[in-house]
Design a protein around this ligand. Structure first.
Ligand SMILES: [Zn+2]
Length: 191
């Protein structure tokens, strides 16, 4: 590994090069491995950067086949044409090395709505939107999507991950997102 070439893509390093623990990467690769300049790489090792970089490249190929017909916040994207959903797994909610994931409608076989880790009856949820117990605190609101992929059977769409009161705007907005996601999943299941 010489310092005149990018350790990841092998392109010649120009004026802009970024140091990691063991070498340098070019500006383009830096954008990728720093997750759009949101993380530093100075202390990261080559293996770690390479595995992230390769993973990113693989996922990009998938993402290219995805047409966004509908976007529900940064929680779920839908492609009606290719009959797919994309879960962005955004860092804000998941806080880890997750990448966007794409599932075909036909790979989804059911879903559940959970509040504070308790399953909510979806039919009741749909028919009664009035919020009761306004002072109650909700720590977690998520939709669990069950897929028939062995390695990915349960996917959580985290809508709310920090405590809010039921009377809050944040909670009401989360309920709106949940309603939209459920509507899309219903459509996907019946297509
Ligand atoms: Zn590079």
């Amino acid at each position: 590994m010489t310092s005149s070439k990018c350790a990841l893509c092998d392109s010649k390093l120009r004026f802009m090069k970024m140091k990691f623990d063991g070498g340098y990467v070019c500006k383009k690769c830096y954008a990728i491995v720093s997750r759009n300049f949101t993380e530093t790489i100075v202390k990261k090792k080559y293996d770690e950067l390479l595995s992230y970089y390769e993973d990113y490249k693989r996922n990009r190929t998938n993402l290219g086949e995805f047409e966004i017909s509908k976007k529900i916040a940064d929680l779920m994207l839908v492609d009606y044409k290719n009959k797919k959903i994309c879960l962005p797994n955004n860092r804000r909610m998941y806080g880890s090395d997750s990448h966007p994931e794409i599932f075909g409608f036909s790979e989804i076989f059911k879903f559940e709505l959970k509040e504070n880790n308790k399953i909510i009856d979806i039919n009741r949820f749909k028919s009664d939107k009035k919020i009761k117990d306004k002072n109650e605190i909700v720590n977690e609101l998520e939709i669990i999507v069950f897929t028939d992929r062995i390695e990915n059977i349960k996917k959580s769409i985290k809508i709310l991950t920090s405590p809010v009161r039921k009377s809050s705007f944040a909670y009401r907005r989360s309920i709106e997102f949940a309603t939209e996601i459920i509507g899309e999943l219903d459509k996907a299941l019946s297509s």
